[in-house]
Unconditional design. Structure first.
Length: 245
């Protein structure tokens, strides 16, 4: 065919790897392909001497020899009901489920004894301090304090975490510590871990979360927010009544 340029190994340009220097910085005109990254294109169907002539390496007929999508999708069994549909299904995947990183009291006490954690009412321990100190290796959807190892807890600690068991709350408060359970969505938890304070944390929207974090028994942070709202409403009502009188 006229105008057809057949590339051979000898006709391909050769490239030498060069490195950027102060005298020759990296620019568009100094970029070049890496050595060995260019190969000749396989020309199929051009005679038996090439090894890919005739059927072009696809064999004789059949589904896999056709042009286009010659390979069916994974799990296709020729038209019969596939295995994934023949077996019955049990259970479901909860789309709102959360995975919390469990943390026991004895591990917290060990981290305090080794000087890797400190807490006070002004600067409580959060998921950020637990992750940076190595007390937990992944925060997942939050940290949950459990009551195992309560006999080893000797220091009053102050925590702000996502969840806490009732036994852990009782053990911590018995020594003069405090626990506050605060809701974190994905963005709020990421901001906490990265130390960002320029964005306001979102409030829970699911009814189950609102009820859980509003329960004083769970030491939810919405209890204090509710008290502040009630106090503000009472002040507003008093000022309104004084103005009307």
């Amino acid at each position: 065919m006229f105008g057809l340029l057949r590339l051979t190994r000898s006709s391909l340009p050769t490239f030498t790897r060069t490195y950027a220097t102060a005298a020759r910085p990296v620019t568009l005109d100094t970029l070049s392909p890496a050595v060995g990254s260019l190969h000749n294109e396989h020309r199929v169907g051009r005679g038996q001497g090439s090894g890919r002539g005739g059927t072009s390496g696809k064999g004789h007929k059949g589904q896999k020899a056709r042009a286009g999508n010659g390979k069916p999708k994974a799990g296709f069994e020729g038209g019969q009901t596939p295995l994934t549909r023949r077996f019955p299904k049990r259970g479901f995947v909860n789309p709102t489920a959360k995975t919390y990183a469990p943390l026991n009291l004895d591990r917290i006490q060990h981290w305090i004894d080794t000087g890797r954690l400190t807490s006070s009412p002004e600067s409580p321990i959060t998921a950020r301090e637990l992750l940076l100190s190595g007390c937990v290796h992944n925060v997942y959807d939050g940290v949950k304090i459990l009551g195992d190892g309560v006999e080893h807890l000797k220091t009053p600690i102050h925590l702000v975490v996502s969840r806490a068991s009732q036994s852990a709350i009782d053990a911590i408060e018995k020594l003069g510590g405090s626990v506050v359970c605060q809701y974190y969505n994905t963005l709020a938890l990421r901001d906490l871990i990265h130390g960002r304070t320029d964005r306001k944390s979102a409030l829970p929207v699911r009814k189950a979360d609102i009820l859980w974090y509003s329960d004083p028994k769970n030491r939810g942070y919405l209890v204090e927010i509710g008290k502040e709202v009630d106090a503000a409403n009472a002040t507003t009502q008093e000022s309104t009544s004084e103005q009307t009188q």
